[in-house]
Write a protein that binds this ligand. Structure first.
Ligand SMILES: [Fe+2]
Ligand SMILES: [Fe+2]
Length: 274
């Protein structure tokens, strides 16, 4: 089972650029072409929030048109830039989005389950994991306690050191609540997040938490707490989470654009290096 994670698409209305500079629709199309070239093909795609930029219906219609290229199931999460009802209206056939309230659901991926958590707290950019959401998660985990789980959410439950992003993260008490829950459920193999537009990993109790880079703009790497919020057009990337029997979940970062190669490893006499 291979789950492809992409995150923070920030799709605008047709013809509009994000921050007057970034063609996020073109970036997503390039990303989906890269997904289509993958062999073996991923079994499913999960998009960990910030699907669109302003949360309006025209942006979701644009997103829907682009995502139609995908040949495998695609599971959508909300981020702080999303709008729950506009998302549901744009994808009415996606019953797993639910009809009202938080956008949270469980998907069976074969050897493991995907649980999607809603960390949105409109109109704030920061997130929340209130008692109601954690109760839902605890109930879902109780349904199949022996089956490994990939927990997906937009806001990561840790301090990253990128000050302006941490200021729109999850509150300390909410992070603590999730940490206590994860400690009770060792089947949570991995927590995969978005929001940061960068790849970052951290231990989280007996689990591991990571954030995913974006197919378009990345948040500038700067650990100065007073750094000015900024983005860079660094290589767009996605993550591939592969379930390997006997190993567990093994995660790879894959750049989206084409680079020279692959070149086989040859010795100077032409023999293949082992
Ligand atoms: Fe984002
Ligand atoms: Fe975000």
């Amino acid at each position: 089972m291979i789950l492809c994670q992409i995150s923070d698409l920030h799709i605008k209305r047709k013809g509009a650029l994000a921050y007057q500079r970034v063609d996020t629709a073109d970036a997503l199309r390039r990303c989906l072409r890269a997904v289509a070239r993958l062999r073996p093909a991923p079994d499913a795609v999960v998009v960990t929030g910030d699907l669109v930029d302003m949360g309006d219906a025209q942006e979701y219609a644009h997103l829907r048109e682009i995502l139609a290229e995908l040949a495998m199931p695609c599971y959508l999460l909300v981020g702080n830039h999303d709008h729950r009802e506009a998302l549901r209206q744009a994808f009415p056939e996606h019953a797993w989005l639910g009809r009202e309230g938080f956008v949270q659901y469980a998907v069976d991926l074969g050897p493991c389950r995907l649980l999607a958590l809603d960390t949105q707290d409109p109109p704030h950019s920061g997130g929340r994991l209130c008692a109601q959401r954690l109760q839902w998660l605890e109930r879902e985990l109780g349904r199949e306690p022996a089956k490994p789980v990939i927990l997906a959410m937009h806001h990561p439950p840790f301090v990253t050191g990128i000050g302006h992003m941490d200021r729109i993260g999850l509150p300390q008490e909410d992070r603590q609540g999730l940490a206590e829950l994860v400690a009770r459920h060792p089947q949570i193999e991995r927590i995969v997040c978005g929001h940061l537009h960068r790849p970052i990993q951290r231990r989280f109790g007996a689990s591991v938490v990571s954030t995913c880079p974006a197919p378009a703009h990345q948040v500038a790497f700067d650990l100065d707490p007073e750094a000015v919020p900024a983005f860079r057009l660094e290589p767009p990337s996605m993550q591939l989470h592969a379930w390997i029997d006997g190993e567990g979940l093994v995660s790879h970062q894959v750049v989206i654009e084409d680079y020279p190669g692959p070149y086989p490893f040859f010795e100077s006499d032409g023999s293949l290096i082992d």
